[in-house]
Design a binder for this molecule. Structure first.
Ligand SMILES: NC(=O)c1ccc[n+]([C@@H]2O[C@H](COP(=O)([O-])OP(=O)(O)OC[C@H]3O[C@@H](n4cnc5c(N)ncnc54)[C@H](O)[C@@H]3O)[C@@H](O)[C@H]2O)c1
Length: 352
């Protein structure tokens, strides 16, 4: 019998491939089971990664497979229920995709159930394992740009999707500084959804971090959108993308460019999960960071709802965007439900 960590994956779609590559890239883990209610997704994935034990029902997989590690790779709405279901069976670790959940109440439940069952819970903000991001974090930590004063990012696809990565990036490069206050606003004139979650058409958020730096995020305003951002300091500038970090400071006459080492971030994410299980290190994707990114998003929505600067922590556990929609505070001018990710669905499905 293999002494490798037994891995099960819930949700066999796009991002699950990255999880599979991650686990297949390390010696210590073996993917032993998969769950997905969509036959074609389950079987294609099972054939691709040579996994024999396949389930339509995730809970049946969790009950039968005695898993050490569970990946949750479903759409956002199922992150909390699937993480809760997995933790209840006491695996050693759960790696859940971002955004951690769709509101803070769910994030709290996930953290509680993980603690209650002694499960290590990480969230898949895999760019924390991109060497360019880590270089930027170290350069800032070593004073290469003096005091970090401002980070500017441009994202798309709603705050919870792309922008959860951007807000997590802000915290990561600032040595995981916490947000103290947030002010923001949203526009929602269409019935826009992303992976079955109502999202805004456009939004903007300004975040005051406890180290004095100000984060600024524009969502579908003034593109182009990309992962990364520009970090302005008292003595220099860092321009960060997934491909490289560029530095200009008072010691240089031109931009210094450091390319990302191109190593697979998902393999590094999986490796650190095993090291975390074995007590050798913390995991840089610890759920507390996934929760912090969701909290900033909820603070932007709460600022729009309450017309105020939101002081952290956010105390509204529902999504303030959902509350605004339900209350009629964001009247739709161009009616008609549409999901910008409907193309991911299979067969005749247009909504999950
Ligand atoms: N970290 C990243 O950079 C990154 C990139 C892409 C997606 N994601 C995240 O990954 C998640 C999944 O996105 P995706 O693009 O892979 O979606 P997808 O539609 O390609 O895959 C989701 C899969 O979940 C399955 N599923 C639905 N209900 C299920 C259930 N009850 N039990 C088990 N499986 C079920 C679907 O059949 C589908 O195969 C999203 O939350 C998204 O935000 C993260």
């Amino acid at each position: 019998m293999s002494d490798k960590y037994r891995v099960g994956i819930i949700g066999c779609g796009g991002i699950a491939n990255a999880h599979a590559h991650g686990y297949q890239g390390i010696e210590e883990a073996e993917i032993v089971a998969l769950a997905d209610p969509v036959e074609v997704a389950l079987n294609q994935f099972g054939e691709r990664y040579n996994v024999k034990n396949r389930y339509h029902d995730a809970r049946e997989m969790l009950d039968k497979e005695n898993l050490d590690i569970v990946s949750v790779a479903t759409w956002h709405k199922l992150h909390a229920p699937m993480t809760v279901a997995a933790c209840a069976r006491k695996p050693k670790a759960v790696l859940c995709e971002k955004p951690m959940a769709v509101n803070l109440g769910e994030c709290n439940e996930m953290i509680t159930v993980a603690r209650r069952n002694d499960v290590k819970l990480a969230i898949g903000h895999q760019r924390r394992f991109n060497s360019a991001y880590t270089d930027a974090r170290e350069l800032i930590g070593n004073g290469a740009i003096g005091e970090p004063r401002q980070i500017v990012c441009r994202g798309g696809q709603g705050l919870l999707n792309d922008c959860s990565h951007l807000l997590d990036m802000m915290r990561y490069v600032l040595n995981d500084s916490d947000a103290q206050w947030v002010i923001g606003n949203v526009e929602r004139k269409t019935e826009r959804y992303e992976r079955d979650i109502p999202i805004e058409d456009r939004s903007a958020g300004i975040v005051g971090f406890d180290n004095g730096c100000i984060g600024m995020l524009l969502q579908e305003i003034a593109g182009p959108n990309y992962q990364g951002g520009i970090i302005y300091g008292s003595d220099g500038i860092i321009d960060l993308t997934e491909a490289r970090v560029r530095l200009l400071n008072n010691k240089s006459t031109d931009w210094e460019e450091r390319p990302s080492d191109g190593k697979n971030q998902h393999v590094a994410q999986a490796r650190e999960l095993v090291e975390w299980i074995e007590g050798k290190t913390e995991h840089r994707g610890d759920a507390k960071h996934g929760c912090a990114a969701v909290e900033i998003i909820m603070a932007i929505y709460e600022s729009a709802r309450m017309h105020e600067v939101v002081q952290m922590p956010v105390r509204t556990l529902s999504s303030p965007l959902d509350v605004m929609i339900e209350n009629g505070d964001l009247p739709v001018e161009r009616p008609g439900h549409y999901d910008i990710r409907a193309f991911l669905l299979r067969g005749e499905a247009m909504q999950p």
